[in-house]
Structure formats: structure tokens, C-alpha cells
Design a protein around this ligand. Structure first.
Ligand code: WTA
Length: 649
């Protein structure tokens, strides 16, 4: 099978930070001598006390430990804000585009950002927040979300952002999980013309939180909110007299910067911990090279700051580089399917970074909404979050990019802090659907899944692991280092296991084939099937549930739930609706099952283990190849499940 490759134009290459020769030379050095490579590139950020050691990492079983630049000290907010004041104080740091296009966009300069962040930091201090304390941020995509993140970084508090689409229950679990002192929210969150009552969710969440939490509330919509008798504070009141002077705390490179909860294959979401020095260096360097960002460019990443993509490529990477970064409160399809392109034209966006699910959703509206807008400012397009199918890639390339902009398909994870596999746009010809080659310092390997042996042939397929550390790697699971080791370093000893399957072609290009564990990827968002299952069985009518993914035209994967009801419960469409609403309220709208099948029984081994492989096949409508079902306790349940399957596309 030959795949068409797309090489960057000579004009692009001539201006790019890295052409092929530069990439090859830098990559070679980065893996041959990581110490000296990162010693040099670590200096791209400002250190208070320079580091004398660079890499101190160990993937060996039982003693996994990851440290970079460990004796250096710095402050992330000073790097993202203060150090630009002299050279670009009046340059726009953040362009904020509101949900409603009729409302005014904001251009926040580095000078203004400095004032706002300092004030916000002083408000947090007044609330008793100290270095090392946790602060949960549950905000819409408003400038205050950026101020709050950077204010935490400024005073050394650890932020943990909870996506505003998560429910009160999910929020409560995260506030308790990291024992947050403060939760920052807003009255309401406008999105796509509708408003979510965030403060109400916080009130509801805090009923289930056992420790005292202060709620700092941003006035976004002006709607009525219920105030708790104690512990609620309006930001605008607290900030009214706050000083704009707040010294940046000197942090050790390995002090935590943030915790971000993410779904895994078992149990509840885990708190991924990223630290200060290595993360910032890696976010900044990938932002510059992957997107070929140049001074003066306008960069737009359409993610929400509630996900890692928003952390690294709306806030920390771009701002560390002194970029102009766009923050968008709305959605791609409201008021119409041209909104992304309208914003690109309005703010003269140069690099545009989004998810395949958004591309597929917009593709369904045809090319007209794109063609109405002048997209000549675009120099590069990017994707993240899930494999991109060739149809979506081609549409993105032809209709949005007019066939002349490089597309960077970036593979990475919450755990990796920044891109691991990605083309450098001036260096690597792309192939639709491939994340191509490793970033500097990244050593991908493909292992044979059962033996765990490294496969050395160029063309092969297996599970994707990393042989050595990179500065942006997560350091631990909050409060549970054992879980960190078990999740990522125990299946394949001596390697970091990504959880993804992968193919390498004859040119050495990597093609992600999707998760090999019980994690599904719904619209580019990670969802643990175990989480949805435990939400379902928490409903009084449900005895047992098994959740798997199935191919979905727009979302990439949809959520397929097999539900066994309690004795005496009768299946009905009403009950199905009720379960959907239930899961929404337990986790959030992104976890709502797309299809629920009533299952009188689930296929189990004689030892009682659910055979998910079979459930996956049935959900995929591919029951011709169910494989060996002879080990099942009761093979007849499979016939019933096939007979009553929901996905008959
Ligand atoms: C998937 C998002 C294919 C993958 C940054 C990974 C991708 C998971 C790509 C991480 C890509 C991300 N091609 N698959 N370009 N990017 N993935 O933690 O399965 O939300 O393990 O991080 O998304 O999702 P997470």
C-alpha cells in the first residue's frame, strides 16, 4: 500500500525553525547525549538559580523516579509574563473571543496580564493560599482562567483544573482527591448560546466534600446565584483593593505546577502531576518547533483549558514563548458552522490547532461556511486527540488549508506534557493519518504485546512505549506513586507504556491505532469505561453494566453500554433516558452513553471475568469474528446480545 506524502513548500522550509538536516542533527544529538542537549535547551526559560544537573531519571521496576534540572529554581508565571514586559509589554498576550460573536473580543497585553495575574495572586494569598496548597479551577474559557492558573504558579500553589463540562459529583471527587483549599468558579458559563450554572454545581459538589473549601466566584453572566452562608467570595470584591505587586515565588524545578485528573483503564481518574522546570521547557520548545511559531504570529489552539492541550498550548507553551494566544469561549458550530473560520479571519490567526472530531463535525456542513471567510493568514494547521481519518485529513488540507499549509498531527497524552510524535513542519513530509516521527529527545519503541520484546524491524505493529524520559513527562500520580508505577511501568519493565497500539511503516513513520486498554476516546476526550460502568451501577435499577467503545462517524468512538437490570425492573425507553440523564449527572455530558442495550446476561468466563473482547465486537457490529467463545460460562448469552444489538450501521 502506498500512501501519498505531502512535503512542505520551499517557501515554508526556508523560513522554518528546522529543515530536514536540522531536525536530523538535533534529533541525533538529543538521543545520543540527552544531558548536553537538554542542558542547552533548558536555558530557553529564565532560571533564578541555574541548574547544574540535567537528567536524573529511572524507569526500573520498584524505583521509578523522574527528575529534570532538579537543583535549578524558577517561576513559571515570571517566565510566562514578567520576562516579556521589557521587550513586549504592549504586545497582545491573549486574544479573548467570547461565546457570542456580538460581544466584544478582548486584547490583553503582557502588561495587563502582569497586573491581572499579580492581583489575582494577592487575592489567593489573602484567602490563605500558600506555596504547595491546591486550588481547583472550574471556569469557562474566560481570561480569568488564565489569570487563575498563572496566579497559582506565581505563588507556588498547585492548580487542578476541572473541565466545566464535568458534573458536581465529578468536581467533588477531584476537590476531595487533592484536598483543595479553594475552588475558583463563575456564576455561569455561556457556551454555544446556552448557560451552565457553574456556581450551583460547586454548591452541590461542596455538600459532599468533607473539608472546608473557600469558593472564589467570577462574575461572568451576572445571573442570580445561591451563596453559601460562609466561604463564598466574589473575585471583583476581593480584587478591588488588591495590589498589582506580587513577587513571584522561587520554585524548585521539581515542585509540582499542576495536577490534572485523567481517565485510565481501571478505577477512578488519577491525578497526573506535572512539575515546574521540565514541563515548561518542554511545552515551550514543542510549541515553537511543532507549530513553527515565530515572533508576532497569532496562535490558536481551540481546546479547553480543562484538558492538557489547553494547559500546554493555550497557556504555558505560547506564553513562555511571548506569543499571542487566542482563547475561545464558544463552540465550532454556534451561531453557525463558520465560527472557527470567522474567528481565524477576524484575528488573523497564523497557526490553528484543533481536534479531528471538530473537523469531522464541520466537514458535515460542507465547504461553504469555510469559503465565506478569508483564511489567507493561516500558515499551518494542526490536530490532536485521536487518530485522524483520511477523509477528514483531506478536507482539512484541501478546504481549510487550500492544499498549501502543512498539517501537524501531534500524538501525545496528559501524561507526556507535550508532543511526543509529530512532524516538524519544515522538516518532515506528512502522510495523512500518521503522527510521523519523534520530537527531540523522544525514543519510541514498539513492543510485541505479549512477550514485551522490542521489535527492531522498521515495519511492524505492537504497543507503543518510550524507552527513556523527556522533560515534560509526568512525575507521579497525586498521592499514589505506586499507582503511577503500576499503570505505566509494570506491564513492560523498563519502559513507559503509553496504552496505545501503534504501527511503524517502512519509512519509520508511526501510526497510532488507538488504545489497547479499557480507555475510549470520545470526541478526543479520554473516558475510562470503568468510570461509566460504576456510574451506571450506582443507579438503583441497574444490577450490572459493561461499557465499550464503537466506531462513531463524528465522535471517533461512541459509548456503548450493556446494562443488566435488577430483578423486577422492566426495560423501557423511559428507563434508557433516565440512565442517560443519570450518567450525565454522575460524570458529565461527555460520558452519556450513545447506545444502551438491555442485556439479560453478560458473557463471562467461568471465573466470572467479563469478556470485553466479545462485547466490543458486537458493539462494532462485527460479530462474524467473535473468536473462541468456548471458555464462556454460558455461551447462549452471546446469541441474545447479537440478536438485540443496537448498532446496525
Ligand atoms: C489519543 C490528549 C492518535 C491516544 C493530548 C492517547 C491520539 C490519548 C493523538 C491521550 C493523535 C492523542 N493520533 N491518537 N494525534 N493524540 N491521541 O490524555 O490514544 O486526553 O493515548 O491527551 O489520545 O489523550 P489525552
Amino acid at each position: 500500500m502506498t500512501t501519498k506524502t505531502y512535503a512542505p513548500s520551499d517557501a515554508f522550509v526556508s523560513k522554518a525553525h528546522a529543515d530536514r538536516a536540522t531536525y536530523d542533527a538535533m534529533y541525533e544529538k538529543s538521543v545520543a547525549d540527552p544531558e548536553s542537549f537538554w542542558a542547552e535547551h533548558g536555558r530557553r526559560v529564565d532560571w533564578i538559580k541555574p541548574y547544574s544537573t540535567v537528567k536524573n531519571t529511572d524507569f526500573s521496576p520498584g524505583k521509578v523516579s523522574i527528575k529534570w534540572f532538579e537543583d535549578g529554581t524558577l517561576n513559571v508565571a515570571a517566565n510566562c509574563v514578567d520576562r516579556h514586559l521589557e521587550t513586549r509589554g504592549d504586545q497582545t498576550a491573549i486574544i479573548w473571543e467570547p461565546d457570542d460573536p456580538k460581544d466584544e473580543a478582548l486584547h490583553i497585553s503582557y502588561k495587563q496580564l502582569h497586573e491581572e495575574v499579580s492581583k489575582f495572586a494577592n487575592v489567593l494569598k489573602d484567602l490563605g493560599v500558600k506555596k504547595g496548597d491546591r486550588v481547583v479551577i472550574y471556569l469557562p474559557m474566560i481570561p480569568e482562567a488564565a489569570y487563575a492558573m498563572l496566579a497559582c504558579a506565581r505563588i507556588g500553589a498547585i492548580h487542578s483544573i476541572v473541565f466545566a463540562g464535568f458534573s458536581a459529583d465529578a468536581l467533588a471527587a477531584r476537590i476531595s482527591g487533592c484536598q483543595a483549599k479553594v475552588v475558583i468558579t463563575s456564576d455561569g458559563a455561556p457556551r454555544g448560546g446556552r448557560v451552565t450554572k457553574l456556581k450551583d454545581n460547586v454548591n452541590q459538589a461542596l455538600i459532599n466534600v468533607m473539608h472546608d473549601v473557600t469558593c472564589l466566584c467570577v462574575k461572568r453572566t451576572g445571573q442570580q446565584v445561591a451563596w453559601r452562608p460562609e466561604g463564598d467570595v466574589w473575585l471583583h470584591e476581593a480584587a478591588a483593593n488588591a495590589s498589582t505587586d506580587c513577587p513571584a515565588e522561587e520554585m524548585s524545578a521539581e515542585d509540582p505546577l499542576f495536577i490534572l485528573y485523567t481517565s485510565g483503564s481501571t478505577g477512578m481518574p488519577k491525578g497526573v502531576v506535572h512539575t515546574t522546570g521540565g514541563y515548561l521547557v518542554y511545552a515551550a520548545m514543542t510549541h515553537q518547533y511543532t507549530f513553527d511559531y515565530h515572533d508576532g504570529d497569532v496562535f490558536w489552539c481551540t481546546a479547553d483549558v480543562g484538558w492538557v492541550t489547553g494547559h500546554s498550548y493555550i497557556i504555558y507553551g505560547p506564553l513562555a514563548n511571548g506569543a499571542t494566544t487566542v482563547m475561545f469561549e464558544g463552540v465550532p458550530t454556534w451561531p453557525d458552522a463558520g465560527r472557527f473560520w470567522e474567528v481565524c479571519a477576524k484575528h488573523q490567526v497564523n497557526q490553528f490547532y484543533t481536534a479531528p472530531t471538530a473537523i469531522r463535525a464541520l466537514m458535515a456542513h460542507g465547504s461553504e461556511p469555510v469559503e465565506k471567510h478569508d483564511l489567507s493568514s493561516l500558515k499551518l494547521l494542526g490536530t490532536v486527540g485521536e487518530p485522524i481519518n483520511p477523509e477528514a485529513w483531506n478536507w482539512y488540507n484541501d478546504v481549510v488549508g487550500k492544499g498549501s499549509r502543512p498539517i501537524v498531527d501531534t500524538w501525545w497524552q496528559t501524561e507526556t506534557g507535550g508532543h511526543l510524535l509529530t512532524p516538524l513542519p519544515g522538516a518532515i513530509p506528512t502522510k495523512p493519518g500518521s503522527a510521523t516521527l519523534p520530537f527531540f529527545g523522544v525514543q519510541p519503541v514498539i513492543l510485541e504485546p505479549t512477550s514485551g520484546e522490542e521489535i527492531h524491524e522498521t515495519a511492524c505493529e505492537g504497543v507503543l512505549c518510550l524507552k527513556d524520559s523527556w522533560p515534560g513527562q509526568m512525575r507521579t500520580v497525586w498521592g499514589d506513586h505506586e499507582r503511577f508505577e503500576k499503570t505505566y511501568f509494570s506491564d513492560y519493565k523498563g519502559y513507559y507504556f503509553s496504552g496505545d497500539g501503534c504501527r511503524r511503516d517502512e519509512d519509520g513513520y508511526y501510526w497510532i491505532t488507538g488504545r489497547v486498554d479499557d480507555v475510549i476516546n470520545v470526541s478526543g476526550h479520554r473516558m475510562g469505561t470503568a468510570e461509566v460502568e460504576s456510574a451506571l451501577v450506582a443507579h438503583a435499577a441497574v444490577a450490572e453494566a459493561a461499557v465499550v467503545g464503537y466506531p462513531h462517524k463524528v465522535k471517533g468512538q461512541g459509548i456503548y453500554a450493556y446494562v443488566t437490570l435488577m430483578n423486577g425492573e422492566t426495560p423501557s425507553d423511559e428507563l434508557r433516558k433516565e440512565l442517560e440523564v443519570w450518567v450525565r449527572s454522575e460524570i458529565g455530558p461527555i460520558a452519556k452513553p450513545d447506545l444502551i442495550q438491555w442485556a439479560p446476561g453478560l458473557p463471562k468466563t467461568r471465573s466470572g471475568k467479563i469478556m470485553r473482547r466479545i462485547l466490543r465486537k458486537i458493539a462494532e457490529n462485527d460479530f462474524g469474528s467473535l473468536g473462541d467463545t468456548s471458555t464462556l460460562a454460558d455461551p447462549a448469552v452471546v446469541d441474545d446480545l447479537i440478536e438485540n444489538r443496537m448498532n446496525r450501521d
